[in-house]
Design a protein around this ligand. Structure first.
Ligand SMILES: [Zn+2]
Length: 284
């Protein structure tokens, strides 16, 4: 066996809700399945219901905004997840009250062993501030490398540079692109921010999350103009079109298994090493 034999499978459920599968592990990020948000209609359906997702080994929760942690949906997961990892202070939140027995608070720059040799690191995740507490996550996967999850992160250069210096280069970065502005103040990365973040993280491949347009925009109170396609356009203009893999809800990418299409002769084809973007949609 050579290195990089175990691909990471990434299935976009919707927004920042992503199913990550690696070896025998199944992790779900920022669980949100609702069709209303703060009284506003949501326009895009998740690719699965909580009940259909199947067994999970852990939930990775970046923060407790309702589009990133929906307690009612978590209660519908079957079987009940054995572990919920969330930022410091989460145990005091009412939303986590039903799950205190499986809750593990993870502070920035601290790590936790997941199964099959995987290690999860929390890193600072500047977003809205001052609360609720927010983190981003780094997965350290043996024979694979590092993957970054920025659930609802705002672009903050010094923080991203510090994460890049500690863990980079990354095989993969999952980055929000909605570019949310609350009363004119940007609280979430837009596509150009995500591209800058990818450079600071030295991310080989970027999968955009949490694009705008998922629910009703009510300017000037909230505006979320960024789209995943904008990030793909930026990458193409920079001469790196294959560095961004855009997934629709229900689509899966396999990153970055040896033997996958593009693994051989990657330099000649310009495709990223071993990355495929399949359209293996989840069954209805
Ligand atoms: Zn948020």
């Amino acid at each position: 066996m050579t290195a990089r034999q175990d691909p990471l499978r990434i299935t976009l459920i919707r927004c920042s809700t992503v199913l990550l599968e690696w070896r025998a592990q199944r992790w779900l990020t920022d669980p949100w399945f609702g069709m209303h948000l703060r009284g506003l209609p949501v326009f895009r359906r998740p690719a699965s219901t909580p009940e259909r997702l199947g067994p999970l080994d852990a939930l990775l929760v970046s923060h407790l905004h309702p589009d990133h942690f929906e307690p009612g949906a978590v209660a519908r997961l079957r079987p009940r997840p054995p572990r919920i990892i969330a930022p410091p202070g989460a145990s005091a939140a009412r939303a986590l009250a039903p799950f205190l027995d499986v809750l593990h608070e993870l502070a920035p720059w601290r790590s936790l062993a997941l199964g099959d040799g995987a290690t999860l690191w929390a890193v600072p995740g500047p977003h809205t501030g001052p609360g609720p507490a927010e983190v981003n996550y780094v997965l350290d996967l043996p024979d694979f490398g590092h993957a970054f999850f920025g659930g609802d992160a705002r672009f903050h250069g010094p923080t991203l540079a510090a994460v890049g210096a500690r863990f980079g280069p990354f095989r993969l970065a999952l980055l929000p692109v909605g570019g949310t502005r609350i009363l004119g103040r940007r609280t979430v990365m837009g596509p150009a921010d995500a591209w800058r973040a990818a450079r600071l993280l030295e991310a080989e491949v970027v999968i955009p999350l949490h694009e705008g347009g998922l629910w009703l925009s009510v300017p000037p109170f909230s505006l979320h103009p960024g789209r995943a396609a904008h990030l793909a356009t930026i990458a193409a203009r920079a001469g790196a079109p294959d560095r961004v893999v855009v997934l629709a809800e229900g689509e899966t990418a396999s990153c970055c298994g040896a033997g996958a299409p593009g693994a051989d002769g990657a330099r000649g084809t310009g495709r990223p090493h071993g990355v495929i973007a399949s359209a293996a949609r989840m069954p209805p």
